[in-house]
Every structure is written in structure tokens, then in C-alpha cells.
Ligand binder design. Structure first.
Ligand code: NAP
Ligand code: G4F
Length: 355
């Protein structure tokens, strides 16, 4: 049985990746942060009490990317075949408020993990969660050949982590890969990222719990895909013969305004009646236009996304309407049933903040 160690297992991607790896027969070890309340809402449905013996193929360990000792202890104890480094302070706007912390966790945290692998001499395949934010204001479309031009402390920290991953591959022969993933969303997306903020708000407005939605820059364009499809590429990348870096995105880009139109339009509302602008949500420097050139993923990994922008909005809208106990148009549910079978199910998609 292969063993995987996932940092950031409690996040959006960590939860989907865990389901995928369990479905492939892996034993999954996840690092979680100690907190004063439970922070495992996205993986509670998978968790089995280890006292139940054989059935418990997911184990959780306390640790933190800021703590080298916790990383070293975990790797020594688990002896993983694969490490997926998904943990990060992952919010771009927040990184302007907490630049030093973001650099420490998102940037240096990756170095700590790689250095632990090197010192222990672990024979392990390593995945680094790199990001399209590293391209910053580089002209679209962005590919593996596009020079980085980070526009935030988050993007600068991720660029450091990306280069250090390559350095440990080149310098020490570690099988280390970076997936340069464009934005990917789902019903499990954190509530303060723009897509989920919008779909939750539309549902809350329909439920009569909210009257307006305060937003920042509506003109920014993003290449939005569906998170479960993206975690599958993480796994595929580590199964390849050679370690490499790869861009993952849909090759289509839409503005935040278009997301608003689509989400409100799904339930026959006009976003202009509800959205107000609050400068608080603008960033000191913005990334205007991200658009992936996913050619290498297509040719080298045979990867092609099945869910695109319009489908994604419907999937997220159905989930948030359901959370509010409202009637669900059901187009998103139908799409998922049609295009996905197997490793993740509709009822596991919905994650409530109140959980
Ligand atoms: P997410 O939902 O924000 O999850 C981040 C995870 O990191 C959570 O499990 C969080 O734990 C954990 N974490 C934060 N600080 C930590 C620390 N100091 N030590 C250990 N764990 C810590 O992020 P995501 O959307 O799943 O993204 C996964 C990774 O891909 C991130 O590195 C992100 O930067 C990167 N990425 C994301 C996208 C995207 O569009 N989603 C695109 C490109 C790259 P808590 O639950 O305790 O907070
Ligand atoms: O949803 P966002 O906060 O995501 P952003 O900044 O693109 O970052 C996400 O994707 C990256 C991949 O490219 C990841 F690396 C990163 O970890 C994260 O997952 O914002 C998207 C756009 C931005 O241009 C932002 O200015 O939406 C704009 N926006 C407008 N109003 C808003 C809002 N963003 C947020 N979060 N909240 C708003 O009210």
C-alpha cells in the first residue's frame, strides 16, 4: 500500500486529494494545525477512528509549516512514498496584511519540508502547489515558458517556493515537481475567495438573510476550473517517469463581473441590483488577466478539463442553494452525475461554514 503525506489536508484541495488517493488504495497521512476548535470540516466525512483498525486509511498528525521539527518528525514516522505540499497562507489579499507570516509559511515552509526530506534521505516524490499568481502581470496566455512577475507577498512567497523546489530537484536529485495551477473552485472553496463569496451571497439573498454583496475589483479576469479535476493532475504528475513543472488551467478566462452575471442569472436575479463596491477589497497591486496555455498538460499528461466556467458556476450555485434549504435548479447536480462517477459524490461536495 502506497503512503501519501498531505500538508494542507483540511483545505479545499487537500480534502479532494484525500478522497482520490483513498479511492486508489493509498494510506493517507495528513498534517493539520492545532487549533482551539475543530478545523477538519472538509474531511470529517472521510475520517474513521483509528481504533477501528484496518478501515482507518487516513491518519491525521499535528504539525505546522512554520515548525521544522514537526515536519522532520512526521516524515520520519510516516515514511511516505509521496508528499503533497498543499499547505499555505493562500489568500492573496490577506498576504498584503500579513506579508511576513505569508513569506514564512508559504515560502520558507516549502524549504523546511524539502530540507527535511533531504536530511532524512527519504526516497519520496514531492509535489509543490505552485500558482498562476506567480505570472502576475505577464501577458496572457501564460505557459511554463512565461517569466514570473509576482504582484503580491503571496505570489512572491510562492515564487520562492517554486524555485527552491526546482533547486532541490536539480541539486539533490529529489523527484520534486510543481503544478502551476490556475484558479480552481468548488462547493468546498473557502468562503472568502471571490467565487464562493458570490455563490454563498446569492443563496443568502434568495433566502432573505442578506440584502447586498460588497465586492472589490470586478474587472479582473481569471481562468477558473473545477478543483476535483485539478487534484487528479497532482497525482498524475507524481506518477510520471520524470519530474517536471506543469501549467494546469482550462484555457478560458472570465471576469469577476461575468461570474456575478452568471451566478445571479442562474436564479433569475440581476447582480446590479445587489452588488456594491467596497474599496477594502481592492489590492495594492492587482493581477488583471490570467489565462492558461495548458498545452503541455494535454500532450504530456493527457489531461483535459471536463468542467468549464458555466458548469462550474451551476455546480457551486446548486450546492450553496441546497445549504440554504432552497429549491435547487439542479443543472449543476446533473452535470456532475453525467461527467463524474466514482471517487467523489454529490453529498460530499457541500461544506457548511457552520459545521
Ligand atoms: P486552502 O483551502 O486555503 O487550504 C490551505 C491549507 O493550508 C489548509 O489546510 C490550512 O489549514 C493549511 N495551512 C495554512 N497555514 C498552515 C501552516 N502554517 N501550517 C500547516 N498548514 C497550514 O487552499 P486550497 O485552495 O486548497 O489550495 C491548496 C494549495 O494550492 C495552497 O498552497 C494554495 O496556495 C495553492 N493554490 C491554490 C489554487 C486555487 O485556486 N485553489 C491555485 C493555485 C495554487 P487550516 O484549515 O487549519 O487553515
Ligand atoms: O478569489 P480570489 O481571492 O483569488 P485570487 O486572488 O485569484 O487567488 C486564488 O487563486 C490563485 C491562483 O491564481 C491561488 F494561488 C490563490 O491561493 C487563491 O486560491 O480573487 C480573484 C479576483 C481578484 O482579482 C480579486 O481582486 O477577484 C477579485 N475580487 C473582487 N472582489 C475579489 C473580491 N476577491 C475576493 N477574494 N473578494 C472580493 O470581494
Amino acid at each position: 500500500m502506497k503512503k501519501a503525506l498531505i500538508t494542507g489536508i483540511s483545505g479545499q484541495d487537500g480534502s479532494y486529494l484525500t478522497e482520490l488517493l483513498l479511492s486508489k488504495g493509498y494510506q493517507v497521512h495528513g498534517m493539520i494545525r492545532r487549533s482551539s476548535t475543530f478545523n477538519t470540516g472538509r474531511i470529517d466525512h472521510i475520517y474513521r477512528d483509528p481504533h477501528n483498525g484496518k478501515k482507518a486509511r487516513m491518519r491525521l498528525h499535528y504539525g505546522d509549516l512554520a515548525s521544522s521539527d514537526s515536519l522532520q518528525n512526521m516524515i520520519s514516522e510516516v515514511e511516505p512514498d509521496e508528499i503533497y505540499n498543499l499547505a499555505a497562507q493562500s489568500h492573496v489579499r490577506v498576504s498584503f496584511d500579513m506579508p511576513e507570516y505569508t513569506g514564512d509559511v508559504t515560502g520558507l515552509g516549502t524549504l523546511r519540508l524539502l530540507e527535511a526530506v533531504r536530511r532524512i534521505g527519504a526516497d519520496v516524490r514531492f509535489y509543490q502547489a505552485s500558482t498562476s499568481e506567480m505570472f502576475g502581470d505577464a501577458l496572457p496566455p501564460q505557459s511554463e515558458m512565461t517569466p514570473f512577475a509576482p504582484q503580491s507577498p503571496y505570489a512572491a512567497a510562492k515564487t520562492y517556493a517554486h524555485w527552491v523546489t526546482k533547486n532541490y530537484r536539480d541539486g539533490y536529485g529529489i523527484f520534486a515537481c510543481s503544478g502551476i495551477l490556475f484558479n480552481h473552485e468548488s462547493p468546498r472553496r473557502g468562503e472568502t475567495f471571490v467565487t464562493r463569496k458570490i455563490t454563498r451571497a446569492v443563496a443568502a439573498i434568495l433566502a432573505g438573510k442578506q440584502t447586498h454583496l460588497y465586492m472589490g475589483n470586478l474587472d479582473a479576469k481569471r481562468d477558473w476550473g473545477y478543483a476535483p479535476e485539478y487534484v487528479e493532475v497532482m497525482w498524475r504528475l507524481l506518477q510520471h517517469d520524470e519530474p517536471m513543472d506543469i501549467v494546469i488551467g482550462t484555457g478560458e478566462s472570465y471576469s469577476v463581473r461575468e461570474f456575478l452575471e452568471e451566478a445571479f442569472g442562474y436564479v433569475a436575479l440581476d447582480y446590479r441590483d445587489y452588488v456594491k463596491i467596497d474599496k477594502h477589497y481592492f489590492r495594492p497591486t492587482e493581477v488583471d488577466y490570467l489565462l492558461a496555455d495548458p498545452g503541455k498538460a494535454r500532450t504530456v499528461l493527457g489531461w483535459e478539463p471536463k468542467i468549464r466556467f458555466h458548469d462550474l458556476v451551476r455546480i457551486m450555485m446548486d450546492a450553496d442553494l441546497e445549504l440554504q434549504g432552497l429549491d435547487v435548479p439542479g443543472e449543476g447536480k446533473r452535470l456532475l452525475a453525467e461527467r463524474f462517477d466514482g471517487w467523489h459524490r454529490w453529498e460530499d461536495q457541500v461544506v457548511s461554514m457552520d459545521k
